[in-house]
Design a protein around this ligand. Structure first.
Ligand code: TXA
Ligand code: MG
Length: 329
């Protein structure tokens, strides 16, 4: 399917137009604080079906339902345990997604056939305004073509989805830059399914014990269907190396005349034809904000390999390493 994709500033008229598109069963890409989302009416099966088509997303991979406030949870979740309320009170609006029992109003296509639903209240003013103006919960995966790095700028959405969706609302770069944390509240203790913008340390501080799903666990794929699929991958091969090992790792590639890039949180003095260095911020919040844009940008230069030095897997570093590992796999 090919259509004309409108690209509008995410101001008041833009949001009003977006709400009309959502209510008519169409697709609108919009900024959230994490990454751009590709939104449709979460309660309309045909509207949600179009998200899967536009992204070429496998049908078993469930979507996150975006709400205007925590009170709206009652309309999409059959039950909200007290601890889920605690987590919502502490982290919403913000980059935390809670998995809860599905209410009948939510079509199975939205939940990838599961009897649970994932929901969050985003903090980005444009996302909140769009939900409010459309009067619907909005199902939205990241607004990238399936398998590509998540979009943190409206231009990334354009690259991936032009001609496939009705509207892109441009609200500038997204402030967090990596997706929400996904936390399963249907188990005791709650289980971290995907690390994200809210850290494991923050969750434990609020909820006590929190289990961590191991990504390589086969059972894991059933619990967190998103893990089954290739993710965040640029065209170039992504290779993770230890901190400080970048120069040695790229040397054989450069000797063979293959263009490569290196991402490291330090000054790299190596230089040469076909070699690109990106100095990544030492501060992990800033690193996370830049990560997907840097991957896309380096990829567009035509390098064959993107070497990345590892960051310590604590706080947001855990999320950054999760995304890098999946980009590399
Ligand atoms: O920050 C974000 O979460 C962004 C913005 C747009 O909100 N959205 C996003 O959506 O990253 P997506 O579709 O790229 O990732 C959704 C993740 C997947 O890993 C999926 O498996 C998981 O959430 N998920 C959704 N519903 C689930 C459910 N019922 N049970 C377990 N995992 C679920
Ligand atoms: Mg995604």
């Amino acid at each position: 399917m090919s259509m004309r994709t409108l690209f509008l500033k995410a101001d008041e008229p833009g949001v009003r137009r977006g709400a009309e598109v959502i209510r008519a069963g169409g697709l609108v890409a919009f900024p959230t604080e994490t990454v751009y989302g590709l939104g449709a009416d979460a309660l309309s099966a045909p509207a949600v079906a179009r998200i899967f088509e536009a992204k070429e997303r496998p049908q078993g991979n469930p979507l996150i339902v975006h709400l205007g406030d925590a009170a709206a949870l009652e309309s999409v979740a059959a039950r909200v345990p007290p601890r889920a309320r605690d987590a919502a009170a502490r982290f919403w609006p913000g980059p935390l997604t809670l998995v809860l029992p599905r209410a009948g109003a939510v079509p199975l296509i939205t939940t990838g056939g599961l009897e649970t639903v994932a929901a969050r209240v985003p903090s980005h003013p444009v996302a909140l305004a769009l939900i409010e103006a459309s009067g619907r919960p909005i199902a939205a995966p990241s607004a990238n073509r399936s398998g590509r790095p998540s979009p943190t700028r409206a231009e990334h959405v354009w690259e991936d989805l032009d001609g496939r969706i009705e509207l892109i609302l441009d609200g500038g770069p997204t402030p967090v830059g990596i997706e929400s944390t996904v936390l399963d509240m249907t188990t005791e203790p709650p289980m971290l399914l995907r690390p994200g913008g809210v850290t494991l340390e923050q969750l434990r501080d609020c909820l006590g014990e929190v289990a961590v799903l191991k990504g390589d666990d086969l059972e894991a794929a059933g619990r967190s269907p998103g893990l089954r699929y290739r993710h965040y991958a640029p065209r170039a091969q992504v290779i993770i190396v230890e901190r400080g090992a970048g120069e040695v790792a790229v040397a054989p590639w450069l000797e063979a005349g293959r263009p490569v890039a290196l991402m490291a949180q330090r000054r790299v003095s190596l230089d040469g034809p076909g070699f690109r260095v990106r100095t990544m911020p030492g501060d992990l919040e800033a690193y996370a904000r830049d990560l997907f844009a840097v991957l896309r940008e380096l990829d567009s230069t035509g390098v064959e390999g993107i070497f990345v030095e590892a960051v310590p897997p604590e706080g947001l570093g855990l999320t950054i390493m999760d995304r890098l590992r999946r980009a590399a796999s």
